[in-house]
Design a protein around this ligand. Structure first.
Ligand code: NAP
Ligand code: MG
Length: 496
């Protein structure tokens, strides 16, 4: 049994941590069909944080049946766009009223700084829900000017149906908001499966969804492991669409599983994003931006700028300054006000990151800083790390590390660097730092990535679509494109 006294400041979190963590199916909080539970941990200490209902295919089937009934027959079908908009707005208000509780729960379950949980994760989640509330009333079809005489034809934009949504642990609450808000705006129903490492904020989100007044069965939340709950959800014949965020490896499995009933699929997957610094850039801004591009969220970010390319004549200076920034980042438990970087999510992730760095060093790379586990306090801390002297085919240059580890690589010409930056199976994001406006836009056009940041990195706006080229994904989050994922077009043709 977890010891939870004194872990959180808000009474709501203390109360939640002292209660069982059940699943939300058809508007009711229930244990898993098997009665089994699994442990979620506090990565800052390695201690147990709580026991969570461990779902299986039976629970997925119940949740999908509830979502199917709510979509096909429930009152949800009759809600007007303006009612859906008001429900979403109410939900955002409830999140805002409870923002401290959400931030504390996120930090305890995930490890990130509580200040970041509140200002970044929750701030973006709340605004995203409000942004999508605005779209609910603006989803129009159009009149079609046919060449067949005496016809009247038009399109309708209709909700796609029951959506299975599977999300990762790096931004648990934000990913839940990115998934649920557009689905609700479009009029779909949902079965959400949070990651096993971080199920708690999704469950609190479920409580707020109920309090806001969404009808039973419209949003269902099933907790459990990927193979036992995510896989049957992705394969379920009554699920019309699956939206997944996570590793490219599992993304491919989702695509295969969806083939049975030809579900619509959107995938937001991994990356190995290049951040290119030209010598004519504002180097102070570029250095800070490149450090933030990789060290934000401990590098556990799908769009992390994990390959930094620096024009040769500025290489030593930029790497030296980035190492200086890295060495001064304060590692601490997320609930500690001084925390600038918390622990990694799990022992598995700590082993994976340290194993990849050790492998890189063995293969000839040098750590300009970091390269070490911080041991002693039970938490999963890893020092921010910069690797130099790498070769293009090294594992640390080619594959996603998903930790606070960047490879810094010198380059000489613009042509070479675009080719090298694009030399990846991934294409999620890229950064360009230069004061030459022509060079900036040419590079932005030539980089094969879903987002290119120029003289900035990691800037997100709800109106700016985000998603991957190549093996970084299918479809987009945010912007009107995210809603499009949850709609389908019907043509209506009338002979007059
Ligand atoms: P993952 O296995 O892809 O997990 C993402 C989600 O998929 C989780 O909810 C997971 O459930 C679920 N899942 C796992 N296997 C499944 C299956 N066969 N069918 C359906 N759902 C399944 O990612 P991870 O293991 O947590 O992390 C591994 C690597 O993925 C990281 O090192 C990183 O490279 C990458 N990653 C990328 C992102 C991103 O935003 N692009 C986010 C997280 C991780 P459980 O967690 O309960 O098993
Ligand atoms: Mg946890």
């Amino acid at each position: 049994m977890a010891v939870v006294e004194g872990l959180a400041k808000t009474a709501l979190v203390q109360e939640l941590l002292s209660s069982p963590h059940q699943m939300l199916i058809n508007g009711e909080w229930v244990d898993s069909a098997s009665g089994k539970t699994f442990t979620t941990y506090n990565p800052s200490t390695g201690e147990e944080l709580g026991q969570v209902a461990e779902g299986s295919e039976e629970d997925v089937n119940r949740a999908v049946a509830a979502a199917r009934a709510a979509f096909d027959h429930g009152p949800w079908k009759e809600t007007t766009p303006s009612e859906r908009s008001r429900l979403l707005w109410k939900l955002a208000d409830l999140l805002e009223e409870n923002v401290q509780a959400f931030a504390e729960l996120e930090t305890l379950d995930n490890g990130k700084s509580v200040t970041i949980s509140e200002t970044v994760d929750m701030g973006l989640a709340i605004e995203h829900i409000r942004y999508m509330a605005g779209w609910a009333t603006k989803l129009d079809g159009k009149h079609l000017n046919l060449s067949i005489p005496d016809t009247h034809a038009y399109t309708r934009r209709e909700p796609i149906g029951v959506c299975g949504q599977i999300i990762p642990w790096n931004f648990p609450m934000l990913m839940a908001a990115w998934k649920i808000a557009p689905a609700m705006a479009a009029g779909c129903t949902v079965v959400l499966k949070p990651a096993e490492q971080t199920p708690l904020t999704a469950l609190l989100f479920g409580k707020m969804i109920q309090e806001a007044g969404f009808p039973p069965g419209v949003v269902n939340i099933v907790t459990g492991f990927g193979e036992a709950t995510g896989a049957p959800l992705a394969a379920h014949p009554d699920v019309d669409k699956v939206a997944f965020t996570g590793s490219t490896e599992v993304g491919k499995m989702i695509l295969t599983a969806s083939a049975g009933n030809l579900k619509k699929v959107t995938l937001e997957l991994g990356g190995k994003s290049p951040n290119v610094i030209f010598a004519d850039a504002n180097l102070e801004a570029a250095t800070g931006g490149a450090a933030n591009g990789i060290f934000f969220n401990h590098g556990q970010t799908c769009c992390a700028g994990s390959r930094v390319y620096i024009e040769k004549k500025s290489f030593d200076n930029v790497v030296g300054d980035m190492a200086n920034i890295a060495n001064n980042i304060k590692l601490a438990p997320g609930m500690d006000d001084s925390c600038e970087m918390g622990p990694l999510i799990s022992t598995e992730q700590l082993e994976r990151v340290s194993g990849m760095v050790d492998g890189g060093i063995k293969a000839g790379a040098t750590a300009a800083c970091g390269g070490e586990v911080v041991s002693g306090n039970g938490g999963y801390f890893y020092k921010p790390t910069i690797l130099v002297d790498t070769k293009p085919d090294m594992d640390v240059v080619v594959n996603e590390i998903f930790g606070p580890v960047v490879t810094a690589i010198p380059f000489e010409t613009t042509e070479d660097i675009i080719t090298e930056a694009n030399n990846s199976v991934y294409g999620l994001a890229a950064g360009v730092w230069t004061s030459d406006i022509s060079k900036a836009h040419k590079a932005a056009a030539a980089l094969r990535a879903g987002t290119v940041w120029v003289n900035c990195y990691n800037l997100f706006d709800n109106h700016m679509p985000f998603g991957g080229y190549k093996q970084s994904g299918i479809g987009r989050e945010m912007g009107v494109e995210a809603i499009e994922n949850y709609l389908q077009t019907k043509s209506v043709c009338v002979q007059l």
